[in-house]
Ligand binder design. Structure first.
Ligand code: ADP
Ligand code: MG
Length: 249
């Protein structure tokens, strides 16, 4: 049994079958990559795991409990944190303020902007946020306005905003998309560090094969809403179906 068990998940948008019959088992403390061409249904699948979309068919079990029918903030409180495909930080707030919001949200199940002033007075949350910033080597950026940071640092902040919630499962949707090579390599190093130091499971959607092969223990290839193959990175590299459908060889 994996920490995440997806069985027979299907999702249709009008006439488009975005997900057919998805089965996926993610083992605890592993890094599981989901790859596949654009439009394969990767983000749709992720959205079904976090309550942003409700699948038409199938089941999603996390840590022995069904996530279906639960609201996104409830699923977050169960121990799943995610980074979206497009960055979702609060640009007008400082780095440390951005870090405190997910702490607050996890504890209280919701967050209201007018609560920011109270939030900043919560010493325990503040210290937790600061400690996490140090862990990801961003302590020196704590007072910066989030919008003024580089793309790479914004991504790092987003990952830190997830980690500060101490999730059991971290979901990443193309964390290195649009990054320069140096930032991509920094992200790989950060994720390796997280994987080694924490009791955490990571499911990552990623286009960059260098990132995938640097991090993944298992890889699922999704094509047209259906898993084509699931295997180790070594076997995926040489798989004829994968070469044909995805790597373009
Ligand atoms: P991927 O992340 O693998 O690139 P997506 O999950 O974003 O793919 O999309 C899968 C398919 O579903 C695409 O054809 C996309 O256009 C379609 N799709 C995704 N979200 C919606 C939506 N909210 N409404 C209608 N169609 C959607
Ligand atoms: Mg996507």
């Amino acid at each position: 049994m994996g920490i995440l068990e997806v069985k027979g998940v299907g999702k249709r948008f009008g006439g488009l079958q975005a997900l057919g019959d998805v089965n996926l088992s993610v083992q605890e403390n592993s890094v599981h990559a989901i790859i596949g061409p654009n439009g394969a249904g990767k983000s749709t699948l992720l959205n079904c795991l976090v309550g942003k979309l409700i699948p038409d068919t199938g089941s999603v079990m996390f840590d022995g409990n069904s996530v279906l029918g639960r609201k996104p903030h409830e699923i977050n409180q169960m121990g799943i944190s995610r980074v979206f495909q497009t960055p979702e930080i609060f640009g007008d707030l400082t780095v440390i303020e951005n870090m405190m919001i997910p702490c607050f949200a996890k504890r209280d199940g919701a967050f209201r902007m007018h609560a920011i002033e109270n939030m900043l007075n919560e010493k325990e949350l503040f210290e937790k946020a600061e400690a996490m910033l140090s862990d990801v080597n961003m302590a020196d950026k704590r007072g910066m306005t989030a919008s003024s940071m580089s793309r790479g640092d914004k991504r790092r902040l987003e990952i830190a905003m997830c980690l500060v919630q101490e999730p059991k499962l971290l979901l990443l949707d193309e964390p290195t998309a649009g990054m320069a090579r140096a930032d991509t390599n920094n992200t790989i190093d950060l994720l390796k560090q997280i994987k080694d130091e924490r009791d955490i499971t990571i499911a990552i959607i990623e286009h960059d094969m260098h990132v995938v092969f640097s991090l993944a223990d298992r890889i699922t290839v999704l094509a047209q809403g259906t898993p084509l193959v699931e295997d180790t990175p070594e076997n995926i590299k040489g798989h004829p179906k994968v070469k044909e459908a995805y790597l373009g060889e």
